[in-house]
Design a binder for this molecule. Structure first.
Ligand code: ADP
Ligand code: MG
Length: 207
């Protein structure tokens, strides 16, 4: 055994340290409003903690202000921690995007195409989280929808998780993302659609 490889007895402590570092680094990137830990919906918690039988991907939808975005950030933090259970595969890569910024970033640059490095990162990251997928209300161009399809298709083929929040249900995103993405999404999120209900927490806080 090479001298650098930790003894099995040290392995758990070593891995826990890597996990804590990865979780702390991600937690520092969470927007301040969504940084405090909250009690997650049981289905969201099952996805985040990689409970056996939990779906690969999660589509979290519901009305404005019920805590979708906050849940998604906190679920992602827990999902990262859960990646360190079992065989050590390194620190997971996570891409987090607001949909409007993502659609902007996918538009052709001066060279006439979407940057290849960005496409690759979106296709291969261990987790892709897109917040408020239908926020734009105005559909992005066919070009952007086609890039989105390439991202969803590649991730689906490789069974790589996608986390989405949305104020409309999965069947209603096609005016924004197009028919092809919607049809892929139906497969990606099969068994992983969670509805968050309840009152608007922003109004409750203001009252
Ligand atoms: N479980 C929770 N406990 C306390 N505050 C919460 C909880 N979930 C969300 N919030 C707060 O409620 C507000 C709305 O949450 P947000 O996630 O932005 O809603 P949505 O994305 O569904 O519109 C935010 O200020 C958020 O921090
Ligand atoms: Mg939100």
């Amino acid at each position: 055994m090479p001298a650098t490889s930790p003894e099995p007895s040290d392995m758990d402590g070593w891995r826990d340290e890597r996990r804590d570092d990865a979780v702390a680094a991600f937690a520092a990137s969470i927007p301040a409003l969504y940084r405090n830990e909250i009690t997650l919906d049981p289905d969201v918690a099952a996805w985040a903690d990689r409970i056996p039988g939990a779906p690969v991907s999660l589509f979290l939808w519901g009305p404005l202000g019920v805590g979708k975005t906050h849940s998604a950030w906190q679920a992602t933090r827990r999902w990262i921690a859960a990646q360190f259970a079992g065989a050590y595969r390194g620190t997971p890569t996570v891409q987090t995007w607001r949909s409007t910024s993502l659609f902007d970033a996918l538009r052709p640059d001066d060279s006439g195409g979407t940057p290849k490095q960005l496409m690759r990162a979106l296709q291969t990251a261990d987790l892709l989280y897109i917040d408020d997928v239908a926020a734009a209300r105005v559909s992005p161009t066919g070009w952007t929808q086609e890039r989105l399809y390439e991202i969803f298709d590649e991730r689906y083929i490789n069974q790589l998780p996608v986390l989405i929040t949305s104020d409309v249900q999965p069947g209603q995103i096609s005016p924004i993302v197009g028919e092809r993405v919607t049809s892929r999404a139906a497969e990606i999120f099969r068994g992983g659609v969670v509805h968050l209900g309840g009152a608007d927490r922003r109004k409750a806080a203001a009252a």
